[in-house]
Design a protein around this ligand. Structure first.
Ligand code: ADP
Length: 177
């Protein structure tokens, strides 16, 4: 049975770092009034970490505590969640998953601009080349709710925003909201 979501649908925007999750999610939250949850930022703000990943050179989030922190909002609905991983969230949380994809050379430049170098840059590029997050999403959720979006250009950013907005409107009409 479909979950009851008094505040609207829950959307997960995922993908390799640098593919544009924050950019598209912040625009969408502004346009739709849905609540934006940046999981990495939430973990930083509340210090929900549990070790350090030497390969990706970033702290490892404490998944159980992050889930506990998000549960009330996700149960109520009406959230856009931004994170570069997806398999540890409860499957029941999300109505749709968007996986952003970016061509290697473009992603390389974006990550380099962000200050990523060496092993960290390489590991993130490999993640995109091997479509790790897309596979993770398809393994963790029903494949029909997992959608790939190309995120290379500003035109594509606009198209993606439009597509997600259309989907939200459709969801709301179907659920009498
Ligand atoms: P993420 O949240 O996935 O790490 P960001 O939203 O921070 O990615 O985007 C990384 C960089 O790429 C930012 O400088 C952003 O302006 C740029 N960017 C994001 N999406 C696009 C796009 N579709 N076209 C061009 N530049 C983009």
């Amino acid at each position: 049975m479909a979950a009851v979501r008094p505040r609207g649908p829950n959307i997960l925007v995922t993908g390799t770092p640098g593919t544009g999750k924050t950019t598209v999610s912040e625009h969408l939250a502004q346009l739709t009034g849905l609540k934006y949850i940046n999981v990495g930022q939430l973990a930083t703000d509340l210090n929900l970490f549990d070790g350090y990943d030497n390969e990706l050179q970033c702290p490892i989030i404490d998944e159980d505590r992050v889930i506990d922190e998000m549960e009330d909002d996700l149960s109520a609905g009406g959230n856009i969640v931004d994170y570069h991983g997806c398999e540890f969230f409860p499957e029941r949380w999300f109505d749709i998953i968007f996986v952003l994809r970016t061509d290697n050379s473009i992603l390389y430049d974006r990550l380099e601009n962000r200050g990523y170098r060496g092993q960290k840059l390489e590991s993130n590029l490999q993640c995109e080349i091997f479509q790790t997050i897309l596979d993770e999403a398809r393994e963790s959720y029903k494949t029909e709710i997992v959608h790939e979006l190309q995120s290379n250009t500003s035109e594509q950013l606009e198209q993606n925003i439009e597509q997600v907005q259309m989907w939200i409107n459709q969801w709301k009409a179907q659920h009498g909201q």
